[in-house]
Write a protein of this length. Structure first.
Ligand code: 15L
Length: 259
């Protein structure tokens, strides 16, 4: 099978790229920047997923797409709209036209950033409560994914990623961390589960201080192998200036100001 990954040179792209390699899988890596050191079994495309012609060419002979590309923090409304919202539609539309039947969309905890951190992990069905224009773009991406599933029967899986990095770096991350291994395993599960339809799932590891539900991801076969708690001794857990919301400091970042 051939898998198209947008944003392949980005931070999550770089973490999952080697972990998604399989002998029977070609990775087609799309990014604005050259993807470093293409390996055997990898194809590279330099271009923007926001460009319909680029996406049409990138989708030829593709079986599935993992859409990781886009702006990953707060920015001006115009840029967030053009890159993240219009861009997600361009990806889905190119997939539909090319007959790509499965798309995995990277969403974010910031789609529900203003949900209070409660005693129970927040479920994936929680209504959007974006904390930024960036968060709005992720809620819109989830909605676009639902539209393309219900209209056209495409399998669309939206992963509300918590905090994906090599390791958690603060108290909030201990509750939202998604390890690189778990991230790749979750994406792989999204790519291989039979007949998923439309799914909205959290992308988090099995963290002791869980802020987000694992139920929806477990339902498609995800089994986390990591827990942020092993890093807790290295983190100052006594003092935190984070707002008591899922989105943390994004809830206080000035709206529409690039950061
Ligand atoms: C995100 O959605 C961002 O893309 C990433 O840069 C982190 O800030 C992450 O959320 C987070 O909330 O930690």
């Amino acid at each position: 099978m051939r898998l198209l990954i947008t944003g392949a040179a980005g931070s999550i792209g770089a973490l999952v790229r080697p972990r998604l390699a399989r002998p029977d899988r070609v990775l087609r890596l799309l990014d604005l920047r050259p993807v470093p050191d293409p390996a055997a079994g990898e194809e590279t495309v330099i271009g923007s997923f926001t460009d319909p012609a680029t996406m049409a060419a990138a989708c030829v002979e593709v079986d599935a797409i993992v859409h990781l590309g886009g702006i990953s923090r707060e920015d001006t409304w115009e840029r967030v709209l053009a890159v993240n919202i219009d861009g997600a539609r361009t990806v889905l539309e190119a997939a539909r036209r090319a007959g790509v039947s499965r798309v995995v969309l990277a969403s974010s905890n910031h789609a529900v950033g203003f949900a209070p951190v409660g005693p129970e992990p927040i479920a994936a069905e929680a209504l959007p409560r974006p904390d930024t224009y960036y968060g709005v773009s992720k809620a819109a991406t989830e909605a676009l994914g639902a539209l393309y599933h219900h209209r056209f029967g495409m399998d669309v899986l939206c992963v509300r990623i918590g905090h994906c990095a090599e390791r958690p770096s603060n108290l909030r991350d201990l509750s939202l961390w998604l390890s690189p291994d778990d991230c790749a395993h979750l994406l792989d599960t999204c790519l291989t589960v039979k007949d998923p339809g439309y799914r909205l799932i959290w992308g988090v590891s099995a963290n002791t201080r869980a802020a987000a539900s694992l139920r929806e991801a477990r339902a498609i076969g995800y089994r986390s192998a990591d827990n942020a708690e092993r890093f807790a001794p290295d983190i100052d857990t006594a003092s935190s200036n984070m707002p008591p919301f899922i989105g943390g400091l994004f809830c206080e970042t000035p709206l529409g100001v690039p950061n």
